[in-house]
Ligand binder design. Structure first.
Ligand SMILES: Nc1ncnc2c1ncn2[C@@H]1O[C@H](COP(=O)(O)OP(=O)(O)OP(=O)(O)O)[C@@H](O)[C@H]1O
Ligand SMILES: O=C(CO)[C@H](O)[C@H](O)COP(=O)(O)O
Length: 289
């Protein structure tokens, strides 16, 4: 944690919606005139797409399963170094991973490969991370300890799978069977490395569908915002609960530390809850400099 160089990490599984949530944060940063360095978690994969395929086959021959959810397929030491260096000095190294043709055109590297490493620009106000391991703790690393605000994005699992299936098939060129195989292979690492993070996050946003997703492999489209609710869970009951209930239309408290909002208001609820936290972060930062 760092008053001088704060870090916000949004963590979630593949398809959960962390890239989508990034836009809500970008809007908040723009409204507050903050210069944030945006870090994409997938850029800390250890292998590009082709090398990953070879590494997966190699692991299978040796009798174990390598997946993007586990530490063996990610350079979590470099991710921890980025967080540690940024917290200490506002500096660090980052890059991007190119998932599809649109990103290839934008970033200038081929699909399935990384861009070159680059330095965090000087004098940013904060670091924003979105990806798989923002609150990860393993035998070798403790990434969670460096984040000042940890947000979990964790739709109920059927919805998460629907989102992954639709996105991977429509945007990333995979077949439905490819995606089903990946989901199945990743399950042990999902339980071991992804879900424990949601007990370290300060606030979790859990979208749940109001339409039938019982067989996620047969759902033709991602349920719309209007067809969902969002449960917002706080690590500890927030003093501001009353304020949230009055500021977010139709918000309803469901326990001491959770409330539920209509799906279309998920981004608005994030803004209401998170903007004051960021404002306080920045005020503290400015007061110390
Ligand atoms: N709140 C939401 N309402 C409707 N659709 C959503 C919502 N959040 C995400 N989606 C959709 O789900 C799909 C996956 O979302 P997104 O790309 O943000 O996931 P991700 O967590 O960044 O995945 P990955 O880490 O694999 O890149 C996208 O098609 C996105 O449009
Ligand atoms: O887990 C993922 C995202 O969090 C992706 O599956 C991983 O990044 C590999 O991407 P691609 O299939 O586009 O090479």
């Amino acid at each position: 944690m760092s008053v001088a160089h704060p870090i916000i990490a949004v963590t979630g599984s593949s398809g959960a919606g962390t890239s989508t949530v990034k836009q809500t944060f970008a809007d908040i940063f723009a409204q507050l005139h903050l210069d944030a360095v945006m870090i994409q978690g997938d850029s800390f994969h250890r292998y590009d797409r082709q090398s990953m395929q070879a590494a997966v086959e190699h692991a299978a021959q040796a009798g174990w399963t390598l997946t993007h959810f586990g530490p063996q397929a990610n350079d979590l030491v470099s991710l921890e170094s980025l967080f540690a260096n940024y917290a200490a000095s506002g500096q660090g190294q980052y890059r991007h991973y190119v998932h599809d043709a649109a990103e290839a055109a934008q970033l200038g590297s081929p699909v399935g490969q990384f861009t070159s490493w680059q330095s965090v620009p000087p004098a940013t106000d904060l670091l924003f991370y979105e990806g798989l391991h923002g609150a990860a703790v393993t035998d070798l690393v403790n990434i969670a300890q460096f984040a000042d605000l940890l947000i979990g994005v964790a739709p109920v699992i059927n919805l998460e799978w629907v989102q992954k299936i639709q996105r991977d098939c429509l945007n990333r060129g995979y077949s439905q069977q490819d995606v089903a195989d990946i989901i199945e292979k990743r399950m042990p690492d999902y339980i071991r490395y992804i879900t424990p993070q949601f007990s370290r996050t300060h606030i979790n946003f859990q979208r749940l569908p109001l339409v039938d997703t019982a067989n996620p492999f047969a759902v033709p489209a991602i349920p719309a915002a209007e067809e969902s609710l969002c449960v917002i869970g706080f690590q500890t009951p927030p003093l501001e609960m009353g304020l949230y209930l009055s500021a977010i239309p139709s918000a309803r408290q469901t326990s001491a530390n959770s409330l539920v909002v209509p799906g279309p208001l998920m981004a608005e609820a994030m803004r209401v809850i998170i903007m004051p936290i960021i404002e306080k972060m920045i005020k503290n930062r400015r007061e110390m400099s």
